[in-house]
Design a protein around this ligand. Structure first.
Ligand code: FAD
Ligand code: NAD
Length: 580
């Protein structure tokens, strides 16, 4: 711990531009061998098996960052390690951590075993949002009634499946390139290979079948940011053609006439939006008694009314897909045996053209050699991690200098959560204790319209109120009361805020409606910065905007008298003009 504090001090000193006695650079055999291999961006891309990108000249800021990082590295680690920080896995979590670490003057390497950008960029957020954007346009243009109500007539709307698929593929490639360039510009070394712990300061990396790639690197601190892969329940063989996960579905290789989606969580809902806009019929198979079980019940009911009922979607709840038999497109259907969740009896068999398995994600921690640092993953494979992102060993003790962020720790499997955890981990390793308030992390499902939320559901808030004995306030508003939503003919939506009437603390906000994913941030930032209802009530929103949905929500909150009269309640007094 003392050594850690000393290292942190050196980093801080270097950050402040203090002049430091530089020791001779440490010998970095393995890492420098790899640098030779990846000396240029094009070679690096070639080694990665990616299309070659012309190297860009490094901007001045990047150059500054590198030289500062080098200074810090040598001083901070006293020539002991190759890097201040090595990050295993370069998804959004690893990327976010790397950027913050460089900003803090650290010398950083990322080790990536598959593709830079990880799930989010290559097989997640990015391509799925591209498919949703294209299919959403088609849905809108096909909705003749909606357009007619605004005086618009359109002819028939057609689309090219491959064109939509290409939009997703190209966007993922562009963002992957941007992400890689941003790291290169900051002087982050990108090492290629599957990483494995040797000890808590040393990592080996290699690529199967590639003797020219790999090595060993040492670092003062190491972050595990290895993400996740689709979780497929037992009894479901994935053939990638008729039975598949989101990894395959995002390629949009074909459009089955009738597709069963197992799981009505984020992936299931977003893909139901894409498929139905493109003319497919969907059947949900959901293990829980209601569809969208992870969402606030009232929001889920409204979403069912708007996103499910008017569309060619039906659903079976309280059943699990106990056995799935792949088919042959256009020849043999996929068979899905449904078993009652409670009685465990087979109740039905579906015959569909295809089946998307969207039953959650499993951490990608295999092969990391966690035993070498005394760590056992939990039952589901997640890395036990403290609230400060420190990895915990078998006895629940902190493994010095090893952190875990993102999907691999299972705290909150969202891209921005991974990145925020990365920043938090860096703060902690620099000796500035930081705990991310996961309750302030927003979530959104990008259906048309969107669903978003932050904090707890109404069900949970009621439970908390009962347990702790505080009066629960619930403020609600409809998009029908919002001029901008009505101008867009998008009045179908609601927002709800759960708060403590005695203190004004915001416990949760849920939105269903046009641009809900963008609207949630005012609420999530308020929770993150500890603003209360009294504070935000007096904020001013431009008119006419969808943001006024939140304005309505905040103004509609009623506090207990004492809280209402608390110091926050009075609007800040206007400043008197300074006398000349
Ligand atoms: C279809 C889909 C849509 C999604 N949409 C959204 C969305 O809209 N918004 C949102 O917030 N989230 C979304 N997510 C979730 C989001 O993608 C993840 O939460 C996020 O990618 C997690 O980031 P990460 O950095 O923890 O891991 P990942 O992005 O999974 O990256 C981990 C990286 O580590 C690498 N790796 C693993 N093991 C090793 C090893 N031993 N050595 C070297 N490298 C290794 C992997 O190859 C991978 O590149 C979506 C997910 C899916 C599947
Ligand atoms: N917009 C976004 O932010 C976004 C989009 C897609 C994915 N993601 C992330 O990716 C992760 C995975 O998404 P997901 O939709 O696969 O998981 P999820 O956890 O959101 O939903 C899985 C659903 O499958 C059901 N289920 C599980 N096993 C089942 C079985 N055998 N039979 C029937 N139903 C079963 C569950 O009850 C649940 O409703 C999520 O954690 C999410 O955070 C986020």
């Amino acid at each position: 711990m003392a050594a850690f504090a000393a290292q942190s001090k050196s980093v801080a000193a270097a950050r402040q531009g203090a002049s430091l006695q530089l020791a001779a650079p440490s010998v970095r055999p393995a890492a420098s061998r790899l640098h030779t291999c990846f000396a240029s961006a094009s070679l690096r891309a070639a080694c990665l098996g990616q299309s070659v990108v012309a190297p860009r000249s490094r901007p001045a800021a990047g150059r500054r960052a590198v030289s500062r990082a080098q200074r810090v590295s040598v001083a901070a680690s006293a020539g002991k390690y190759d890097y201040d920080l090595v990050i295993i896995g370069c998804g959004v979590g690893g990327h976010g951590a790397a950027l913050h670490a460089v900003e803090q003057g650290m010398k950083v390497a990322v080790i990536e075993g598959h593709d830079i950008g990880g799930t989010c960029v290559n097989r997640g957020c990015v391509p799925s949002k591209a498919l949703l954007a294209a299919s959403g346009r088609i849905r809108e243009m096909q909705n003749a009634m909606h357009l007619k109500s605004m005086g618009i007539q359109v002819g028939s709307v057609s689309f090219e499946r491959q064109g939509i698929a290409d939009h997703a593929i190209n966007l993922a490639k562009t963002i992957q390139t941007n992400l890689k360039r941003s790291l290169e510009a900051l002087g982050v070394d990108i090492l290629i290979g599957q990483a494995k712990f040797v000890d808590n300061h040393t990592v080996k990396y290699s690529l199967p079948g590639r003797v020219d790639v790999g090595g060993t690197v040492t670092a003062r601190d190491i972050i595990i940011a290895t993400g996740s892969v689709p979780f497929v329940p037992p009894g479901i063989p994935i053939d990638g053609k008729t039975v598949f996960t989101s990894d395959h579905a995002l390629k949009l290789e074909w459009l089955p006439q009738w597709i069963a989606i197992i799981g009505s969580g984020y992936i299931g809902l977003e893909f139901s939006d894409v498929y139905t806009a493109l003319g497919c019929e969907v059947t949900f198979v959901e293990a829980m008694p209601n569809i969208m079980p992870g969402f606030d019940k009232e929001i889920a009911r409204l979403a069912e009314r708007v996103l499910i009922k008017p569309r060619p979607i039906d659903f079976h709840t309280n059943v699990i897909a106990s056995k799935v038999t792949p088919g042959v497109p256009g020849v043999k259907p996929v068979l899905i045996e449904l078993t009652d969740f409670n009685t465990k009896k087979v109740v039905d068999t579906l015959e569909v053209d295809a089946c998307l398995v969207a039953t959650g994600r499993a951490p990608y921690t295999n092969g990391l050699g966690l035993a070498s640092i005394g760590v056992d993953t939990d039952r589901r494979g997640f890395v036990p991690t403290s609230e400060k992102m420190e990895v915990l060993d078998k006895d629940g003790k902190v493994v010095p200098n090893v952190y875990c962020i993102g999907d691999a720790n299972g705290k909150y499997m969202l891209a921005h959560a991974a990145s925020a955890q990365g920043i938090s981990a860096i703060e902690n390793m620099l000796g500035r204790p930081h705990v991310l308030n996961h309750n302030s992390v927003p979530a959104a499902c990008f259906t048309h319209p969107e669903v978003s939320f932050v904090g707890v559901t109404q069900e949970k808030a009621e439970e908390m109120a009962k347990e702790k004995g505080f009066p629960l306030g619930i403020s609600k508003t409809s998009f029908k009361a919002n001029s901008k939503a009505l101008a867009e003919k998008e009045g179908e939506g609601m927002a709800k805020m759960l708060y403590r009437k005695d203190t004004g603390e915001i416990l949760g906000v849920h939105i269903f409606g046009l641009h809900a994913a963008d609207l949630i941030h005012e609420a999530s930032n308020a929770i993150a910065t500890g603003q209360t209802v009294q504070d935000i009530k007096f904020n001013v929103h431009a008119h006419p905007t969808l943001s006024e949905v939140l304005d309505e929500l905040f103004k509609g909150a009623h506090l207990d008298k004492a809280a209402a009269n608390s110091s926050h309640a009075a609007p800040p007094k206007a400043k008197q003009p300074v006398a000349a």
